[in-house]
Design a protein around this ligand. Structure first.
Ligand SMILES: Nc1ncnc2c1ncn2[C@@H]1O[C@H](COP(=O)(O)OP(=O)(O)OP(=O)(O)O)[C@@H](O)[C@H]1O
Ligand SMILES: Cc1cn([C@H]2C[C@H](O)[C@@H](COP(=O)(O)O)O2)c(=O)[nH]c1=O
Length: 206
């Protein structure tokens, strides 16, 4: 089973994954961007061409990630293709003028990549997520690189809207049956973990 954990910055993905690692010793955990990602080349998400460029950086990183993902029976990945759709899609849409066309093109470019069997989406209220990011003193840098789109609420809203559009219309974009599990990420870490653990226990191959 290939499960990905998705959500906007501050939704609690990393916190959840760190707890899941302690519970499931029969699952291989990984994340995107991978440690091999070429950080220095990342451009700020401020123009359609920058996001177009970043999308290919993340897609190349994902292509290189396939061998690891295909090497285990059960895999959980903290962020994957849906993150590219949500984070690069809003700006790339400026090149297509249409959200559906944008996502169809991004999925076509990603055609050679393994798709998840399940996406666990941590559904966080924007203001809750922003507050958490501020409280964690995370200055919205992507590991040292400023992603300007995340500086203001509207940027994160655009990302959230793309997540919801993509996850809510998955059948328009792939024939693969991908199970979408939404968890209310505004509740306690314990509650999020309890729900995620139950979902995963029902899903992974023993
Ligand atoms: N359910 C929760 N309730 C309260 N605080 C939380 C919850 N989940 C995470 N946090 C806190 O919010 C901050 C961000 O959490 P975390 O780094 O896990 O989010 P994330 O989704 O991985 O963000 P990013 O994508 O930016 O890495 C951390 O300080 C974490 O302790
Ligand atoms: C996989 C992927 C990630 N991103 C962005 C989303 C986040 O802002 C950072 C990753 O930061 P994290 O705190 O380590 O989760 O990268 C993206 O824009 N596109 C992608 O495909």
């Amino acid at each position: 089973m290939f499960i990905t954990i998705e959500g906007i910055d501050g939704s609690g993905k990393t916190t959840l994954v760190n707890s899941l690692r302690k519970i499931f010793n029969n699952i291989h955990f990984t994340r995107e961007p991978t440690d091999k990602f070429q950080l220095a080349n990342l451009k700020t998400l401020s123009t359609p061409s920058n996001s177009f460029y970043n999308f290919f950086l993340f897609t190349y990183d994902r292509l290189e990630h396939q061998e690891e993902i295909n090497g285990y029976k059960n895999v959980i990945c903290d962020r994957y293709l849906a993150s590219s759709i949500a984070y690069e899609g809003p700006m790339i849409e400026g090149l297509f003028g249409d959200r559906k066309e944008t996502v169809l093109w991004m999925m076509e470019v990603s055609k050679m990549l393994k798709l998840p069997d399940m996406i666990i989406y941590l559904d966080a209220n924007l203001d809750v997520a922003l507050e958490r990011i501020r409280n964690s003193r995370k200055n919205l840098n992507f590991r040292g690189k400023q992603l300007s789109i995340l500086e203001e609420r509207e940027g994160l809203k655009a990302i959230q809207d793309y997540y919801e559009y993509f996850l809510g219309n998955m059948k328009m974009f792939t024939q693969k049956q991908i199970k979408i599990e939404k968890i209310d990420a505004n509740s306690s870490m314990e509650d999020v973990l309890y729900k995620a653990e139950n979902i995963i226990n029902k899903t992974i191959e023993k």
